[in-house]
Design a protein around this ligand. Structure first.
Ligand SMILES: C[S@@+](CC[C@H](N)C(=O)[O-])C[C@H]1O[C@@H](n2cnc3c(N)ncnc32)[C@H](O)[C@@H]1O
Length: 219
């Protein structure tokens, strides 16, 4: 069903302010970065990067030797992301690619990484509040994980209905997800839990269980 932000077009200009970033979603992003633990010199793929709200933490973590590749299908969200990159002067450490994640030309991303940093696989894949929005999340995940080197890491931050005594906020959480076109029942972190190296899954929750944060090593 079409929702106001479903295509992330007209909403791009107001996304950072109206998406609840400050009061709710920043907490999951921060926890995701902690669990993913990007290192100096890493190449990190930010799939469904939107306006680039992960970029400050990722750019700081990887430093000038590293590279962040932000991928999204929305021209308008990417326009905001590019504006952020230019305003912060991160031109040398962030590259932006417009693509539907389920149809991602992985060869193009391998070539981009090789051209920028002399190796064609990423050290980490980070996906925040995006997989639950994707129409074909399995295809998107399958393609994206092939971009990561063996022994690299992935982190997924996404949403579910709040749990325990926080269930009273469930209607609000459902409304926020419906407005953003996100399927609150999709539990996309299960893709990572399924494909991770056994024993490496790290998980935490924020905001009464509404935000689920999972990171793990990939084989
Ligand atoms: C809720 S926003 C999250 C953006 C960002 N990751 C964040 O944490 O703020 C979801 C993003 O997924 C993007 N998106 C939705 N479907 C997509 C697809 N099939 N391929 C790539 N990006 C997609 C939207 O354009 C939007 O930027």
């Amino acid at each position: 069903m079409a929702t106001p932000l479903r295509r992330y077009g007209a909403g791009a200009r107001v996304y950072d302010v109206l998406s609840g970033e400050r009061w709710v979603y920043h907490a999951g992003r921060e926890a995701g970065i902690d669990l993913l633990a990007p290192r100096r010199g890493d190449i990190v793929i930010d799939l469904g990067c939107g306006t680039g709200l992960n970029f400050p933490a990722l750019a700081a973590a990887v430093g000038p030797e590293g590279l962040v590749v932000g991928i999204d299908r929305s021209v308008d969200m990417l326009a905001m992301a590019r504006r952020r990159v230019s305003a912060e002067g991160w031109g040398d450490r962030i590259r932006i690619v417009e693509s539907d994640a389920a149809e991602l030309d992985t060869g193009r991303i391998h070539a981009l990484m090789a051209g920028e940093r002399d190796r064609d696989r990423a050290d980490a894949l980070f996906i925040t509040y995006a997989l639950s929005v994707f129409d074909r999340r399995d295809e998107a995940w399958t393609r994206a994980r092939t971009l990561v080197r063996s022994g690299g890491r992935a982190g997924i931050v996404d949403m579910q209905a709040p749990t325990g005594r926080w269930k009273v906020f469930s209607p609000l959480a459902h409304l926020a997800c419906a407005t953003g076109g996100s399927d609150i029942r999709s539990r996309p972190w299960r893709l990572l839990e399924r494909d991770a190296v056994a024993g490496t899954v790290r998980r935490t929750e924020r905001k009464g269980g509404h935000l689920v944060v999972v990171a793990a090593d990939l084989p």
